[in-house]
Design a protein around this ligand. Structure first.
Ligand SMILES: CC(C)(COP(=O)(O)OP(=O)(O)OC[C@H]1O[C@@H](n2cnc3c(N)ncnc32)[C@H](O)[C@@H]1OP(=O)(O)O)[C@@H](O)C(=O)NCCC(=O)NCCS
Length: 150
């Protein structure tokens, strides 16, 4: 249904903003995307269907750690394996960059994301109470250790 996973950049920021508006109440602004991309603070991978950006993942790589900053799929494209493809491709980038561990936080009520991350081997390592400003929900912290290549 969708095309290959590709690296997104400054030219894709409007599409990213449109996608985020469909998926999150609080979302990154144009400036946040542009600043992060220009400073190479994070990488963004996306999947398109024709002219529509169907899903994306944003993550940072610092030293040997990867942090998932955002992952979203447009409602009409969900349950087709796109998030799993995006996550798998981000793991490939991690493999190329000698990344050893990955972290993320997720709302305690986000069953879809929790199931996805658990499927990829993430384990819960902590809780941040009332972490999210919009719902005051707790954040669950998750960690994944990449298998040792040696
Ligand atoms: C979470 C999200 C990214 C999943 O995207 P998706 O493309 O539908 O996910 P996939 O089709 O790749 O599903 C992969 C796995 O995730 C889990 N999953 C996805 N949607 C699910 C749902 N609605 N309920 C339960 N598990 C779900 C399942 O384990 C699924 O594997 P399966 O299909 O073998 O059961 C999507 O629901 C979304 O964009 N939600 C809003 C934004 C968000 O919450 N992002 C996460 C921030 S941490």
């Amino acid at each position: 249904m969708c095309e290959d996973v590709v690296v997104l950049g400054k030219d894709d920021v409007q599409d990213l903003i449109d996608l985020e508006a469909q998926c999150f109440e609080y979302h990154w602004t144009r400036e946040q995307f542009l600043l992060g991309l220009s400073r190479k603070a994070f990488k963004v991978l996306g999947i398109r269907h024709e002219d529509v950006l169907a899903g994306y993942i944003a993550f940072s790589l610092i030293e040997d750690e990867m942090e998932i900053l955002n992952l979203a799929v447009r409602p009409e494209f969900r349950r087709h394996g796109l998030a799993a493809r995006l996550l798998a491709d981000s793991f490939e980038v991690c493999g190329e960059n000698n990344i050893k561990k990955s972290f993320l936080d997720v709302k305690v009520s986000n069953e879809a994301a929790l199931s996805l991350y658990r499927k990829f081997g993430y384990k819960k390592i902590g809780v941040r109470k009332k972490y999210y400003p919009d719902t005051k929900e707790d954040a669950l912290l998750f960690r994944y250790d990449f298998p040792n290549k040696d």
